[in-house]
Design a protein around this ligand. Structure first.
Ligand SMILES: *[C@@H]1O[C@H](CO)[C@@H](O)[C@H](O)[C@H]1NC(C)=O
Ligand SMILES: *[C@@H]1O[C@H](CO)[C@@H](O)[C@H](O)[C@H]1NC(C)=O
Ligand SMILES: *[C@@H]1O[C@H](CO)[C@@H](O)[C@H](O)[C@H]1NC(C)=O
Ligand SMILES: *[C@@H]1O[C@H](CO)[C@@H](O)[C@H](O)[C@H]1NC(C)=O
Ligand SMILES: *[C@@H]1O[C@H](CO)[C@@H](O)[C@H](O)[C@H]1NC(C)=O
Ligand SMILES: *[C@@H]1O[C@H](CO)[C@@H](O)[C@H](O)[C@H]1NC(C)=O
Ligand SMILES: *[C@@H]1O[C@H](CO)[C@@H](O)[C@H](O)[C@H]1NC(C)=O
Ligand SMILES: *[C@@H]1O[C@H](CO)[C@@H](O)[C@H](O)[C@H]1NC(C)=O
Ligand SMILES: *[C@@H]1O[C@H](CO)[C@@H](O)[C@H](O)[C@H]1NC(C)=O
Ligand SMILES: *[C@@H]1O[C@H](CO)[C@@H](O)[C@H](O)[C@H]1NC(C)=O
Ligand SMILES: *[C@@H]1O[C@H](CO)[C@@H](O)[C@H](O)[C@H]1NC(C)=O
Ligand SMILES: *[C@@H]1O[C@H](CO)[C@@H](O)[C@H](O)[C@H]1NC(C)=O
Length: 747
C-alpha cells in the first residue's frame, strides 16, 4: 500500500519533469487530468506552513473539490484558483501553465517570491490575475504584456517589482484594470499607456515614476479611476484631462505637479474624489469647481493655491470633506459653504484667511473642523448651537487672533475629543462646562490671556490625556480633583500665576509622562508619592517656590538640574543643598554633670555653636530623655554581656533625640539612636569609621547592634545603634551623621 503510494508519487515527479516538454506529457500519461497534475506541481514548489492545501490529493480524478479550486460544471476543468491569505511562500512555478481553462487567478496576500512568469498571460482564457500583496520581485517582463491573450484585470500591487513599466503595456488592449501600486517601479509613464482604450481603472501609485504625464489621456473614455499618487511626476496636468467624462476617482497627490488645474476638468461631473494634495499647483482654486456636482472629497491641500476660497464650493451639495489646508488662501470664509449640508470634515488650516468664524461652522453637522494657523479674529461663540451636538469631535481654532471669552456653549459639544484654542487672544476664565465633557482627550488652551483658576470640574474630565494651559494668567491652586483624571499623560501648566501646593492626588495619575509647572508660584513640599509614577519622563518645576527634599527614586535622582532651578527652598543632593531639617538634632549630655544641669546644643547647620536658652518645659523634656536614655543604657548593658571589658566610670552617655520633622512627624520622631562613648575625645570623629567595622560588633540586642572600639588614648568606647530609622538610609549615612556629631559636641 505504502509502496504503491510512493510509486505514484514518483510517477508525479516524473510527470512534472515531463511537463517541460508539453507534448510528451500529454501523450505519455493520458490517464492523468492535466489540472490535477498542474496543481500538484504548483503545490510541490511552494511552502504551505498552515497546511491550507491539505485537501489537494493527487489520488483524486479531478481537483474540483480541492480548497480554493473552482471548476466548470460541464467540463470539470479548473476555471478559478483562489488562495488569498493562505500564508503560502515559495515560487509560483510552471504548474499553473497547465490549467488551460483557468479564468481567474487570485493569489494575493501570501508570501510568494521570485519573478513573474511571462507565459502566464498567454493562458488562453485567463482574464483576472491578482498577485497583489506578495513578495514578488524583478522587472515586469516585456513579453507579459506583449503576448497577452484575454487579460482584463492585473494586479501586481504591493510587491517588490523594479525597473520600468514595459513599453509593451500599450499592446495588451484587453486590459480594463491595471494595478501596479506600491512597488519600486521607476522611469516614466510608457507611451502606449493611453492606447489602452478599454481601461477603466489605473493605479500606479506608490512607485518612483518620473517625468510628465503625457497628453492623450482623452482616449481613455472608459476611465473611471486613476491614481498616480506618490510618485515623482512633474510638469502640468494634460489639458485633455476633462475628456474622461466617466472619471469618478482622481488622485494625483504627492508628486511635483505644477501649473493650474486645467479648465477642461469642469466637465468631470461624475467625479466624486478629487485629490491633488502635496504638489506644486498654483493659481486660484478654480471657480468651475462648483460644476463638479458629484464631488464628495476635495483635497487640494499642501499646494501653492492663492486667492479666495471660491463661493461656488457652496454648490457642491454632496461634499463631505473639504481640505484646502496649507495653501496661500486669503480673504474670509464664504457664507455659501453653509449650504454644503453633508460636509463632515473641514480643514482650512495653514492659510492666511481673515475675518470671523462664519456661523455655519457650528451649524453644519461637522465632525472635524480646523482653521488653525490663519489670521481669523473676532469672537468664537457666534453660532455655537445652544442645544447639544453629538457629531463634532475635533475642533482646532489655534493660531489665530480670536478674542473674547472661551464660549460656555462649547460644553454642548458632547462628543468633543480634541479642543485646541491655543495661540489666540482669548480671555476670561476656563468654562467649567468644557472640563465636564467626559469625552475630551486633548484640551489645549495654552498661550491665551485666560485668567481665573482651574475649575474643580477638571475632576470630571476622566478621558483627558493632554492638558495644556501654559502661558496664560491662571491663578489659584491646582485642584486636588485633578487626581481624578486617570488618563492624563501630559500636563503643561507653565507660565501662569498658580499658587499653593502640588496636590498629593497627582501621584494617582499613573499615566503621567510629561509635566511642566515651571514659572508659577507653587510652593510647599513635593508629594513623596510622586516617586511611584512609573512613566514619568519629564517633570519641570523650575522657577517656583517649592521647598523641602525631592521624592526618592531613580527618576528624581537623575532629574536634570534645569527642571528644578530657581526654587530657593528645594534641597537635597540633586540641587547641591543639604536639607537642614532632615538632620537629627542631638541633645548632648555632659557626662560630668547631673541630668538637671545638662548642656544642650542643636546641631543644625545654622544654629550650631549658638547658645540656646531653655524653657522649663524643655529642660523637663531633656531630663525625661536622659532618664529614658539611662533606661536604654541599662538594657543595652544587659544585652551586651560584655560588662567586664568596659569601665563603667569612663563611659559617658549621649542620647540622640531624633528631632527630624517631616511631612509625617509622628512616625519618624519615635525613632532614634543611642550612642555611648567616652567624654569629649578630640579624635572621636576621625575614628568614627572604625566603630562601624564588623570586628567591633559586640552583639545584637533587642534594640539594635552594639559596637565597641578603642579611642587613641586607649579608652574603650561602647556604642549602641538603636533602631535603624527610616532616616538612616545606609551605613554611609549613619557614619556621616556620627561624624557630624563628633564635630559638634560641645562638652
Ligand atoms: C516570507 O518568506 C521568506 C522566505 O522567502 C521568509 O524569510 C519570510 O519570513 C516570510 N514572511 C512571512 C511573513 O511569512
Ligand atoms: C521578501 O523576500 C526576501 C528574499 O527575497 C526576504 O529577505 C524578505 O524577508 C521577504 N519579505 C517579506 C516581507 O517576507
Ligand atoms: C490596488 O491594490 C492595492 C493593494 O491591494 C489596493 O489597496 C488598491 O485599492 C488597489 N487599487 C485600486 C484602484 O483598486
Ligand atoms: C494646538 O495647536 C498648536 C498650534 O497650531 C499646535 O502647536 C499644538 O501642538 C496643538 N496642540 C495639540 C495638543 O495638539
Ligand atoms: C479676568 O480678566 C477680566 C478682563 O479680561 C476681568 O474682568 C476679570 O475680573 C478677571 N478675572 C479674574 C478672576 O481675575
Ligand atoms: C471623579 O470621577 C468620578 C467618576 O469616575 C465622579 O463620579 C466623581 O464625581 C469625580 N470627582 C470629582 C471631584 O469630580
Ligand atoms: C503674575 O502676577 C503678578 C503680580 O501678581 C503679575 O505681575 C504678573 O504679570 C503675573 N504673571 C502672569 C503670567 O500672569
Ligand atoms: C488618590 O489619592 C488619594 C490621596 O492622595 C487617595 O486617598 C485616593 O484613594 C486615590 N484615589 C485613587 C483612585 O487612587
Ligand atoms: C524647565 O523649564 C525651564 C523654563 O521653561 C527651562 O529653561 C528648562 O530648560 C526646562 N528643563 C528641562 C529639563 O526641560
Ligand atoms: C552639584 O555639584 C556637582 C559637583 O560639584 C556639579 O557637577 C553639579 O552641576 C552641581 N549641581 C547643581 C544643581 O548645582
Ligand atoms: C569629668 O570629670 C573628671 C573629674 O571630675 C575629669 O577628669 C574629666 O576630664 C571630665 N570630663 C569631661 C569631659 O569634662
Ligand atoms: C555649656 O556649653 C557651653 C559651650 O558650648 C559652655 O560655654 C557652657 O559653660 C556650658 N554650660 C554648662 C552649664 O556646662
Amino acid at each position: 500500500m505504502l509502496f504503491g503510494r510512493r510509486m505514484r508519487n514518483l510517477a508525479f515527479y516524473l510527470a512534472s519533469l515531463l511537463l517541460f516538454c508539453p507534448l510528451l506529457a500529454k501523450s505519455g500519461s493520458p490517464g492523468l487530468n492535466d489540472d490535477v497534475l498542474g496543481l500538484i506541481v504548483f503545490k510541490a514548489d511552494i511552502l504551505d506552513p498552515l497546511s491550507k492545501l491539505a485537501s489537494w490529493n493527487e489520488d483524486e480524478d479531478d481537483p474540483c473539490g480541492w480548497t480554493g479550486v473552482k471548476c466548470n460544471a460541464k467540463t470539470n476543468r479548473v476555471t478559478e484558483l483562489s488562495l488569498v491569505g493562505f500564508s503560502l511562500s515559495g515560487k509560483i512555478g510552471r504548474g499553473l501553465l497547465q490549467l488551460q481553462s483557468i479564468q481567474k487567478l487570485y493569489l494575493s496576500k501570501n508570501n510568494f517570491s521570485g519573478s513573474l512568469n511571462p507565459k502566464l498571460s498567454q493562458l488562453e482564457s485567463l482574464r483576472v490575475v491578482d498577485l497583489s500583496e506578495n513578495n514578488l520581485s524583478g522587472v515586469i517582463p516585456d513579453e507579459f504584456f506583449g503576448q497577452c491573450r484575454s487579460l482584463r484585470s492585473l494586479s501586481l500591487a504591493n510587491n517588490a517589482f523594479t525597473g520600468h513599466i514595459p513599453p509593451s503595456l500599450g499592446s495588451c488592449l484587453t486590459l480594463a484594470a491595471l494595478n501596479l501600486s506600491s512597488n519600486r517601479l521607476s522611469g516614466s509613464l510608457p507611451k502606449g499607456l493611453w492606447s489602452l482604450y478599454g481601461l477603466r481603472s489605473l493605479d500606479l501609485s506608490g512607485n518612483s515614476l518620473v517625468g510628465e504625464i503625457p497628453g492623450g489621456i482623452s482616449r481613455l473614455y472608459n476611465l473611471r479611476s486613476i491614481s498616480l499618487r506618490q510618485n515623482h511626476l512633474s510638469g502640468r496636468l494634460p489639458d485633455d484631462m476633462g475628456s474622461c467624462l466617466l472619471l469618478k476617482y482622481l488622485d494625483f497627490s504627492v508628486n511635483f505637479l505644477t501649473g493650474s488645474l486645467p479648465d477642461s476638468m469642469h466637465r468631470l461631473s461624475m467625479c466624486s474624489h478629487l485629490r491633488m494634495a502635496s504638489n506644486l499647483f498654483s493659481g486660484k482654486v478654480p471657480t468651475w469647481i462648483g460644476k463638479m456636482k458629484n464631488l464628495e472629497f476635495l483635497d487640494l491641500s499642501r499646494n501653492w493655491f492663492s486667492g479666495r476660497v471660491p463661493e461656488s464650493i457652496g454648490k457642491l451639495q454632496l461634499l463631505k470633506s473639504l481640505d484646502l489646508s496649507r495653501n496661500r488662501l486669503t480673504g474670509g470664509l464664504p457664507e455659501s459653504i453653509g449650504a454644503c449640508r453633508g460636509l463632515t470634515d473641514l480643514d482650512l488650516s495653514g492659510n492666511s484667511l481673515t475675518g470671523n468664524l462664519p456661523s455655519w461652522v457650528f451649524e453644519l453637522k461637522l465632525q472635524r473642523i480646523s482653521v488653525s494657523g490663519n489670521k481669523m479674529s473676532g469672537c468664537i461663540s457666534v453660532g455655537v448651537s445652544a442645544t447639544s451636538d453629538r457629531t463634532l469631535s475635533y475642533l482646532d481654532l489655534s493660531g489665530n487672533a480670536f478674542s473674547g471669552a472661551v464660549p460656555l456653549v462649547l460644553g454642548n459639544l458632547l462628543s468633543l475629543q480634541q479642543l485646541n484654542l491655543s495661540w489666540n487672544l482669548l480671555s476670561g476664565s476656563i468654562p467649567a462646562s468644557i472640563l465636564a465633557l467626559e469625552t475630551v482627550e486633548v484640551l489645549d488652551l495654552s498661550r491665551n490671556l485666560i485668567n481665573g483658576s482651574i475649575p474643580l470640574e477638571i475632576g470630571k474630565a476622566v478621558s483627558l490625556k493632554e492638558l495644556r494651559l501654559e502661558k496664560n494668567s491662571l491663578t489659584g491652586e491646582i485642584p486636588v480633583q485633578i487626581g481624578n483624571c486617570s488618563s492624563l499623560a501630559t500636563m503643561m501648566l507653565s507660565q501662569n500665576n498658580l499658587t499653593g501646593p502640588l496636590p498629593q492626588t497627582i501621584a494617582n495619575l499613573t499615566n503621567l509622562h510629561k509635566v511642566d509647572l515651571s514659572f508659577n508660584r507653587l510652593s510647599g513640599n513635593l508629594p513623596k508619592q510622586l516617586s511611584n509614577l512609573p512613566h514619568l519622563l519629564s517633570f519641570n518645576i523650575s522657577h517656583n517656590l517649592f521647598s523641602g527634599d525631592l521624592p526618592a527614586g531613580n527618576f528624581f535622582n537623575a532629574i536634570p538640574p534645569s527642571s528644578l532651578s530657581d526654587n530657593p527652598g528645594l534641597c537635597g543632593s540633586v540641587v547641591n543643598r543639604s536639607c537642614p531639617t532632615v538632620l537629627p538634632k542631638p541633645i548632648v549630655l555632659n557626662p560630668n554633670s547631673s541630668t538637671s544641669s545638662a548642656n544642650t546644643s542643636l546641631s543644625s547647620k545654622n544654629t550650631r555653636h549658638k547658645k540656646i536658652i531653655f524653657s522649663i518645659s524643655a529642660l523637663i523634656a531633656i531630663g525625661a530623655a536622659a532618664v529614658i536614655a539611662l533606661g536604654v543604657i541599662t538594657i543595652t548593658i544587659l544585652n551586651m554581656r560584655v560588662r567586664a571589658s568596659t569601665d563603667p566610670h569612663s563611659a559617658a552617655a549621649l542620647a540622640l533625640s531624633d528631632g527630624y520633622y517631616s511631612n509625617s512627624p509622628s512616625t519618624d520622631a519615635n525613632s532614634g539612636k543611642l550612642v555611648m562613648f567616652s567624654g569629649s575625645d578630640p579624635n572621636f570623629s576621625t575614628r568614627a569609621h572604625t566603630i562601624l567595622n564588623k570586628d567591633c560588633e559586640l552583639g545584637r540586642g533587642g534594640f539594635g547592634t552594639v559596637y565597641k572600639t578603642i579611642l587613641r588614648d586607649g579608652r574603650p568606647v561602647v556604642i549602641k545603634k538603636l533602631t535603624v530609622s527610616s532616616l538612616v538610609k545606609s551605613q554611609e549615612d549613619f557614619e556621616g551623621r556620627l561624624k557630624k556629631l563628633g564635630k559638634t559636641k560641645t562638652f
